[in-house]
Design a protein. Structure first.
Length: 115
């Protein structure tokens, strides 16, 4: 089993920054992809960014140049640095862990972008 613990959400003003963290524990497959998705009311859950064990990254077009995903493989922790946040990015952000025959979601952390 894999457990995910997210942290770092909160209230931030438009244009501000936040950093999300997600630590995985348990029986961790050595090859995996960790990432962040977000869910906004009225919309489907969408991929924000993800990173593989080898360091390959994918970003949603809307966050390219503003968000940076990184991973500490030794700590099984993924980070999402979010800069220049916009009000429309208020959402619950979910950590995701993906490996062969295994997919796990975190409980989510709320990010509110508002003045």
């Amino acid at each position: 089993q894999v457990q995910l613990v997210e942290s770092g959400g909160g209230l931030v003003q438009p244009g501000g920054s936040l950093r999300l963290s997600c630590a995985a524990s348990g029986s961790i497959p050595s090859t995996n992809t960790m990432g962040w998705y977000r869910l906004t009311p009225g919309k489907e859950r969408e991929l924000v960014a993800r990173i593989s064990t080898g360091g390959t990254t994918n970003y949603a077009d809307s966050v390219k140049g503003r968000f940076t995903i990184s991973k500490d493989n030794a700590k099984n922790t993924v980070y999402l640095q979010m800069d220049s946040l916009k009000p429309g990015e208020t959402a619950v952000y979910y950590c995701n862990f993906l490996a062969t025959r295994l997919r796990k979601w975190g409980k989510g952390t709320l990010v509110t972008v508002s003045s």
